[in-house]
Design a protein around this ligand. Structure first.
Ligand code: FES
Length: 163
């Protein structure tokens, strides 16, 4: 997925670092802000942050990034599709929903983001909305009681909006 990787604008990162006083206690927020720009955390950005905050190093920041599931080292799609595979969702059929999305977007062999950068797909553990199982979240919006057919209609709608 290297073709989706962006070059880093260090000026933007400097602005964020400045806003948060180059303070290591604000590291998570800083990383969230940087990820919001690129939809992932480019390696150069991680190193830069580690080098410019006192008391941190690129290795430490990298460690934090890999620890938290909210951070990604790979580019994500414009639409981040999260299929819940917690117990309630699994029992009520989240796997056929996941399979339908994977097939529709031709995401095979561990690929998570479509080559056009439009969609990325991942499974997550319980979203805390078990009564809505099986649940799918697309960019923070929860889609309840999903079926393979329903999720395909949603994807088709998003595809149309981006034609
Ligand atoms: S198991 Fe999916 S929302 Fe709880």
């Amino acid at each position: 997925m290297t073709e989706l990787k962006t070059s880093v604008d260090f000026k933007k990162i400097d602005e964020i670092l400045k806003e948060y006083n180059y303070n290591k206690t604000n590291l998570i927020t800083i990383l969230q802000k940087v990820q919001a720009i690129y939809r992932y955390l480019p390696e150069e950005a991680i190193s830069y942050i580690g080098e410019n905050i006192e008391g941190l190093s690129p290795a430490t920041v990298y460690g934090v990034v890999t620890f938290y599931a909210q951070f990604s080292l790979e580019p994500k799609g414009k639409y981040e599709i999260k299929v819940c595979d917690g117990t309630a969702c699994h029992v009520r059929g989240s796997m056929p929903v996941l399979e339908a999305v994977r097939k529709k977007l031709s995401l095979q062999n561990g690929k998570m983001t479509t080559p056009n950068g439009l969609f990325s797909l991942e499974t997550v553990s319980c979203l805390g909305a078990c009564s809505l199982a099986p649940a799918v979240v697309i960019n923070e919006k929860v889609y309840p009681k999903m079926t393979p057919d329903a999720v395909l209609i949603i994807i088709d709608t998003l595809l149309k909006e981006n034609e």
